[in-house]
Design a protein around this ligand. Sequence first.
Ligand SMILES: Cc1ncc(COP(=O)(O)O)c(C=O)c1O
Length: 348
Amino acid sequence: MYSFKNDYSEGAHPNILQALLLHNSTQEEGYGLDRHSQNAIVLLQNLVDDQGADIHLLSGGTQTNLIAISAFLRPHEACITAKSGHIATHETGAIEATGHKLLAVDSSDGKLTPELIEPVLTEHHFEHMVKPRLVYISNPTELGTVYSKTELQALYDFCQEKDLLLYTDGARLGAALVSKDSGMTLKEMYALTDAFFVGGTKIGALLGEAVIIKNAQLQIDFRYLIKQRGGLLAKGRVLGIQFEELFTKNLYFDLARHANEKAQFMAAELAKAGCDFWIDSPTNQIFPVMDNRVIEELSGRFQFYVWAQKDENHSAIRLVTSWATSQEAVEQFIQAYKEVCKDVLIHT
Ligand SMILES: Cc1ncc(COP(=O)(O)O)c(C=O)c1O
């Protein structure tokens, strides 16, 4: 049964596996000091156009968020996030377990704005409460929505004015940057955050996330903190080779574009067939709303998550495409949707 559950159901893009095999027998330094990791770092520094960018390769998203956020905060400081933010919903309290409170705010589209953050600052105004210090966003958000350059600029300006750090979870950053709602480059992203990460796991790598720290204060001793939290891999080369491959010839962005195109094709065809959407998402995650009987029937043919209940009879499902999703798979889903709608809805 084909799965639209996520974008990490497949292994890695073949170029990455070939590169791993090609360099398999050479001896390298450990702990990220190998030539491949160093080269990958230079490639990313060139893309953000700053040789002073502090870049580290880590293994997974939760690990990156918890190492970065706990490194950036002092003991009494807290992190502001949307209620739907990944750190608030799907990371098992990893940030709280490092001693930092999450201040979660409602957001209808998963994004944060100065207007949503302001009340948190007003409320937390003295030393009997935690001090809001870092704003966590993800781009794209958990709802597949994307920050425009104007929105990110406004958020960053606000953070600067209020002495807040802006940190972006980029587990699917490629999908955001190549989407029609963004048009931003890595360099622009870098200019508008204190730190962010570029996710590889969900865009063609076997595993791996590259954290990029612009703010010089936040760069201090970061490798110590990675090591202390168990994130410094002896075989760091495995990450280095993959990021080298992803960023030598734009593979990262090509794969993100592929994933987005497949999801957007599905969204357009489902809309033509009369389907509504929970939210307008321009990336590789889409949220069609369907009759529960249609969902029930489709779930016998494809794997996907039922995301939210719209009303008694309708729910939103989440369909995620990946760098490896074929046109055939998306067409089969669309065809199945049309057939099922006819059967279920007309005969009842
Ligand atoms: C936005 C976002 N951040 C972080 C993560 C966590 O990544 P991992 O599962 O590699 O820990 C995910 C995983 O789905 C995610 O979607």
